[in-house]
Design a protein around this ligand. Structure first.
Ligand code: CP
Length: 309
């Protein structure tokens, strides 16, 4: 029987090509399940999952919770702002207290890069990283690639540009690893100030001119400027950023081919993407969100099958 090479999903960096294939084949099955009138399977009735969110989330939090419930797992939710973390409890103490209530798996979003890896070394549970600071967001990259595969048939050989604030983006790093594992050609595009100095070491093309990047690509993944992770200004004004790195319908219509537009959300309408693009058939933004449930069901199911009771 096929199984994942890992016991945790801490980052795409730790996966291999076969892991991604297995996750996608499993997600295909769960996508069929969630389109049935009864959108639920009894697979994980013996599993309890804690969703620990130390940072805000709409899509990822709800998508994980729905994925867990569709698999019939028991679910508990933890939000740092309403917890005893505010009274000084450490991450390990918090998680060990939750695990003592017979919890098998932890889904965690945390503002600190490496928080998931740290936790996996100190607690006895399967850990899924739901985004750790500006480091990795593995399930986002998986659902992004799954959505490209769905729209274009395959990820291999496709030209994918990731546009915007690469420096502060966990989505960018996880996407770069995932796309390269599957044989896509990856480019990043943005102002020099928002491109990490080490970016070329990751084997990606680098472009600062958006029109050139869009003419090269089959898919453009537009990223939000992560103002909450910035303590200085990286460009003169939002208006200037939009002029140089925002996509709008006129720009897309002026290209010699139709490209697919993606965005992990939340979108800032009128900044990195205009409404006439975000709401068009060229954009697969809501398909990404829909596919997130099936992909997360697959990840949870495959990791749960490695837990020994
Ligand atoms: N894409 C994403 O991670 O969105 P949320 O922050 O709303 O979870």
């Amino acid at each position: 029987m096929s199984e994942l090479s890992v016991n945790h999903l801490l980052g795409i960096k730790y996966l291999n090509k076969k892991d991604i294939q297995l996750i996608f084949e499993t997600a295909d099955h769960f996508k069929e399940v969630i389109n049935r009138p009864i959108k639920k399977v009894p697979s994980l009735r013996d599993i309890t999952i804690a969703n620990l969110f130390f940072e805000n989330s709409t899509r990822t939090k709800l998508s994980f919770e729905l994925a867990e419930k569709r698999l019939s797992a028991d679910v508990i939710n933890f939000s740092a702002s309403q917890s005893s973390v505010k009274k000084g409890e450490t991450l390990i103490d918090t998680v060990n207290n939750i695990l003592s209530m017979k919890v098998d798996m932890v889904v965690m979003r945390h503002p600190k890069p490496g928080a998931g890896v740290f936790l996996s070394k100190h607690v006895n549970a399967s850990i899924i990283n739901a985004g750790d600071g500006a480091h990795e967001h593995p399930t986002q990259a998986l659902l992004d690639s799954y959505s490209i595969r769905e729209r274009l048939g395959d990820v291999k050989g496709k030209n994918v540009v990731i546009v915007g604030d690469i420096l502060h983006s966990r989505v960018a790093l996880s996407n770069i690893y995932a796309l390269q594992l599957q044989g896509a050609n990856v480019m990043v595009c943005g102002p020099k100030t928002l491109l990490p100095k080490y970016i070329k070491e990751l084997g990606v093309k680098v472009e600062t001119n958006l029109r050139k990047a869009l003419n090269w690509c089959d898919v453009a993944n537009m990223l939000r400027v992560q103002n909450e992770r910035m303590d200085i200004s990286y460009f003169p004004s939002t208006r200037e950023y939009t002029q140089q790195y925002g996509v709008n319908k006129a720009l897309l219509n002026s290209l010699d081919k139709e490209i697919t537009i993606m965005h992990p959300g939340p979108i800032n309408r009128g900044v990195e993407i205009t409404s006439d693009v975000a709401d068009s058939d060229q954009a697969i933004i809501l398909d990404q969100v829909q596919n997130g449930v099936a992909v997360r069901m697959a990840v949870i199911y495959l990791l749960a099958s490695k837990i020994k009771h």
